[in-house]
Design a protein around this ligand. Structure first.
Ligand code: PXL
Length: 274
């Protein structure tokens, strides 16, 4: 087939993320979300995570060599120099990866840098994870235009305990103050009550996004898919607030239509809102 240029060129969305082999989370969730929402998905892989069924489904974690990450980003940024304006940052896994990614990000201008601050991955040494957290805060948070911390990550980034939606709101404001980014702080199933509540704050607008909880158990890929959906919506030109609202609706449908497996957790289905 000859290559043709169609009139409806999709928005380009890049995720810099890890592989989660079973397809529930990470780069796989991001790409499926991009496709579902009509953007052209690209991935630069940072690490490979394989759950270990023989060890309580803990994470086995293998980083991709920094040079190989740099090579992927060089290829991507050269190919799509003209219209690569939106990037999502998922699991980094090590300070070396964070430094490599930060250097590549700084080599061009972006409209949207969406940081999903994946802080702790089971299977990593706590000391290692602490280094990674510090590097993430120092080197990637300042580059972010939008950040999507979950309950645990919001506590870490804000330095405060979060027990209710008032706390979550205060944390969102603090994270905005230190980063300048638009914040969607996710209460998810962690806060009491029948609603899954997230707090949106962009420095001016504060909105509580709420949807009835779908069960009380976390679903794999919910955080990744939410962040990827915001990324896709921003790339298509939505405002940050509308992108967050659309993404929340997308993820709620994906959780309702989740996929079970032999693992002790279900995975979100990005096709759930079809
Ligand atoms: O959900 C966070 C996450 C992100 N990225 C990768 C993961 C996970 C959790 O398993 O494996 C690669």
């Amino acid at each position: 087939m000859t290559s043709v240029s169609t009139g409806n060129r999709p928005a380009i969305t890049l995720t810099i993320a890890g592989s989660e082999a079973t397809g529930g989370a990470g780069a796989q969730a991001d790409l499926k979300t991009f496709q579902e929402l009509g953007t052209y998905g690209i991935v630069a892989l940072t690490c490979i995570v394989s759950f270990n069924p023989k060890d309580n489904w803990n994470h086995r974690f293998v980083p991709v060599e920094p040079q190989v990450i740099a090579d992927q980003l060089e290829a991507i940024q050269t190919c799509y120099a003209a219209d690569l304006k939106t990037v999502k940052l998922g699991m980094m896994g090590s300070p070396a990866t964070i430094n490599t990614v930060a250097t590549a990000l700084k080599s061009q201008k972006w409209d949207n840098v969406l940081l999903d601050p994946v802080l702790i991955c089971k299977g990593q040494e706590p000391g290692h994870a602490l280094d990674t957290d510090e590097a993430l805060k120092a080197n990637l948070l300042p580059l972010a235009t939008f950040v999507t911390p979950n309950h645990f990550e919001a506590e870490s980034l804000s330095g405060m305990k979060i027990n209710n939606v008032e706390d979550l709101t205060e944390a969102a404001k603090k994270i905005h103050a230190i980063s300048g980014a638009t914040v969607l702080a996710k209460g998810g199933i962690r806060l009491a009550g029948s609603e899954a509540v997230d707090v949106y704050y962009d420095g001016e607008t504060l909105e509580i996004l709420s949807a009835p909880k779908v069960g009380e158990v976390a679903v794999s890929g919910a955080g990744c898919s939410l962040a990827a959906a915001i990324t896709a919506e921003l790339a298509k030109g939505e405002t940050p607030l509308q992108a967050a609202r659309n993404a929340k609706a997308f993820v709620t449908e994906g959780i309702k239509n989740r996929v079970s497996s032999a693992a002790p957790f279900d995975a979100l289905w990005q096709g759930g809102s079809r």
